[in-house]
Design a protein around this ligand. Structure first.
Ligand SMILES: [Zn+2]
Length: 234
């Protein structure tokens, strides 16, 4: 089935890390904006864990860089800096449901949902097999329940094809798979991804263990189609 962007309205897009918004939803965001829909971006982590041993980019400087990159990428896609909310969770440590930090972030996100009143919420796939992605889903799920969100709920996967075990993939009847043709805005999506220089180039070259998106991973997102999963029941 095809995803109808025109009907989505004001949309909250949740990115666990600065870059997930462009990789997973760059096409959707650009199309929403071209339809005149408001898009608000929620970035869960500070992204400062990507190059833990860089002397040139210690934590504070790396965080600043990653925030700047996501602001630029969002700008390319038509989302202004004041439409981005940062939760500032440390990279790889987004609180999960059982942890002590969970209620406070849920409070903050519930407040945001109340402020923005989105008609659509776009979150990482519940079993995307990256801890921050799955924790972000849990936070949004809890906060959405708190504010009795009844709008459209869409999930997108970033790591599932690479990190997913058999149990991670959607089960029969669990979701509806919706395809979005993004060919008209693929170039904008490419430009947005390229704004994340710390993740796509050798900009930070003094950490041999630093993270960099592989050409294979980037190729998965260089397609004229984005896939969204809409839960059937819950
Ligand atoms: Zn991520």
């Amino acid at each position: 089935m095809r995803l109808d962007v025109a009907s989505l309205g004001t949309t909250l897009v949740v990115a666990p890390h600065p870059d997930d918004e462009s990789l997973g939803c760059g096409g959707l965001i650009a199309l929403l904006r071209s339809h005149g829909h408001r898009v608000h971006l929620l970035v869960t982590t500070d992204g400062a864990g990507s190059h833990p041993n860089s002397r040139q980019y210690p934590t504070d400087r790396l965080r600043e860089l990653r925030y700047r990159e996501v602001r630029c990428a969002a700008g390319v896609l038509g989302v202004k800096a004041d439409e981005i909310t940062f939760l500032h969770c440390p990279d790889r440590f987004v609180p999960v449901r059982e942890s002590s930090g969970f209620p406070a972030v849920v409070d903050r996100v519930a407040e945001l949902l109340h402020e923005i009143e989105p008609q659509t919420v776009v979150v990482p796939w519940r079993r995307d097999r990256h801890c921050d992605h799955e924790a972000s889903w849990q936070i949004l799920r809890e906060a959405a329940g708190r504010v009795r969100f009844t709008g459209c709920w869409l999930e997108y996967h970033v790591w599932l094809p690479e990190l997913g075990d058999a149990d991670a993939f959607p089960r029969p009847g669990e979701v509806r798979r919706l395809e979005l043709d993004i060919s008209a805005v693929l170039d904008l999506k490419r430009r947005a991804i390229a704004e994340h220089r710390s993740q796509t180039t050798d900009l930070i070259s003094d950490d041999p263990n630093g993270f960099r998106l592989s050409p294979e991973t980037l190729a998965r997102f260089d397609e004229p189609i984005e896939i969204y999963l809409e839960p059937n029941d819950d």
